[in-house]
Ligand binder design. Structure first.
Ligand code: NAD
Length: 437
């Protein structure tokens, strides 16, 4: 099948490359000329494991192309995906749908022959109706079906997730659109990934319900962690103890500094706004968003506690800036409010991240960017692990001790065990486990 992917970001590029890998002919379109230029030269605009090789192989095979011009790609396509950003709208927290609607208008002008237009961006209920209205208004003669097909991939494991999804959700009532979607995803359901056909509005809400549920799980265990600290219990044992119950499941039960990233914060907010617009309150999701919001900055208090309440004038080394490992994405990363809070307390901050430094440079200031974990730790009174990159899982504590001003580790991801850190002579502060000296 011939596919046009409008928007070549984390979702569009991965989806486009994977569809090409299935054997479809894909053109990834983006209005960002620098991004398309880089891809044309074989350079990846994002860090995502395995993506480079997949893009290179499919480009070589002629199945994956890149363009800034949408018209030709859309005219030739059987399926056009909208994979543009839907950030929080400034001021009110609703999803900003302007990129989606602009793309819909441009697509409408270029449609030629029966085409399925698929919204892959995360969009509030009713957006598919509006996309369809825009297309029909712009091109009353257009022969198309508008489908919702939300994406569930996770950055850092995006290719694996796209190729082995737990499910594929397709929202449409049109038979011919269903046939095109089945054809597009045939390699996946041959691999037994369930494809769930439903109506468009339900598909749109499934995506938000899934993200809100996962955000709730994370926030729940974070609050249990706070209680565990107070009563001398161990949140990791609790997570294991409840996670072994099949009704609960063990995933998304890792206590930490609060969720971040390009999806959960904006999607929970957009869902709350949708509910309010429909005179319904989602009080659980509202509580989750509020609790998570305060948590990130509150993590600075852990650092302060470890430093005996005195941060002013001290150097703090922060390991990990991205919102999670294996991505360069800095959107809503917990490291950002933490660093600001440490600076507000008068601390000097040194940072290191294996992939996120470039993106971080435009988001944080007055910090020292370092080349590796050990340089970062030089002269620091506390070392703070914010993102659990693999390379931070086996740090050389004797080496750290030599370069640090004080041997203090604040482990916001519970990467280490309190007893092993104590053996290295470090003061150890973590999440949801009693403080050990
Ligand atoms: N990033 C994730 O992990 C993830 C996972 C699931 C769903 N989603 C959803 O997918 C959507 C895209 O997210 P992302 O992280 O890939 O965003 P992104 O910001 O990385 O990429 C969006 C791209 O769309 C381009 N664009 C905007 N308008 C355009 C237009 N009219 N024509 C061509 N290109 C245009 C932008 O230049 C940008 O490169 C969002 O709705 C997001 O919520 C994201």
């Amino acid at each position: 099948m011939r596919v046009a992917m409008i928007g070549t970001g984390y979702v569009g590029l991965v989806s486009g490359a994977c569809f090409a890998d299935f054997g479809h002919e894909v053109i990834c379109v983006d209005k960002d000329k620098a991004k398309i230029g880089a891809l044309g030269r074989g350079e990846m605009p994002i860090y995502e494991p395995g993506l480079n090789d997949m893009v290179a192989a499919n480009s070589r095979a002629g199945r994956l192309k890149f363009a800034t011009e949408l018209a030709r790609a859309v005219a030739d396509a059987d399926a056009v995906f909208i994979a543009v950003g839907t950030p929080s709208r400034r001021g009110d927290g609703h999803a900003d749908l302007s990129f989606v609607y602009d793309a819909a208008r441009e697509i409408a002008h270029a449609l030629d022959g029966f085409t399925v237009v698929i919204t892959k961006s995360t969009v509030p209920v009713g957006t598919g109706d509006e996309v369809e209205r825009i297309i029909r208004e712009t091109r009353p003669d257009a022969n198309c079906a508008v489908v919702s097909n939300p994406e569930f991939l996770r950055e850092g494991a995006a290719i694996q997730d796209f190729k082995h999804p737990d499910r594929i959700v397709v929202g449409t009532n049109e038979m011919r659109a269903r046939e095109v979607m089945s054809e597009l995803y045939r390699p996946l359901y041959l691999n037994r990934s369930p494809i769930l056909f439903t109506d468009r509005r339900t598909a749109e809400l499934i995506k938000y319900a899934a993200n809100a549920f996962l955000a709730t799980k994370i926030t729940f265990i974070n609050e249990i962690a706070d209680l565990a600290e107070k009563v001398g219990a161990d949140v990791q044992e609790i997570a294991r103890g409840i996670g072994l119950d099949n009704r609960i499941g063990s995933k998304f039960l890792h206590a930490g500094p609060g969720y971040g990233g390009s999806c959960f914060p904006k999607d929970t907010m957009a869902l709350i706004k949708t509910a309010q617009d429909h005179a319904t309150s989602l009080r659980i999701v509202e509580a989750v968003a509020a609790v998570n919001d305060t948590r990130k900055r509150a993590m600075a208090r852990k650092v302060s506690t470890a430093l005996g309440g005195e941060v002013r004038g001290k150097t703090i080394a922060v390991l990990g800036l991205t919102f999670k490992p294996n991505t360069d994405d800095m959107r809503e990363a917990p490291s950002l409010p933490l660093i600001t809070a440490l600076q507000d307390m008068g601390g000097k901050v040194r940072v290191y991240d294996p992939a996120g430094m470039e993106q971080a440079k435009s988001l944080i200031s007055n910090v020292t960017f370092c080349d590796d974990a050990y340089t970062c730790a030089e002269g620091a009174s506390a070392l703070v692990i914010v993102t659990e990159w693999e390379q931070f899982r086996a740090l050389d504590f004797q080496r750290l001790k030599k370069v640090m001003a004080q041997p203090i580790l604040v482990d916001l991801r519970n990467v280490y065990r309190p007893d092993e850190i104590a053996r290295h002579g470090f003061v150890y502060e973590c999440v949801g486990r009693a403080r050990k000296l």
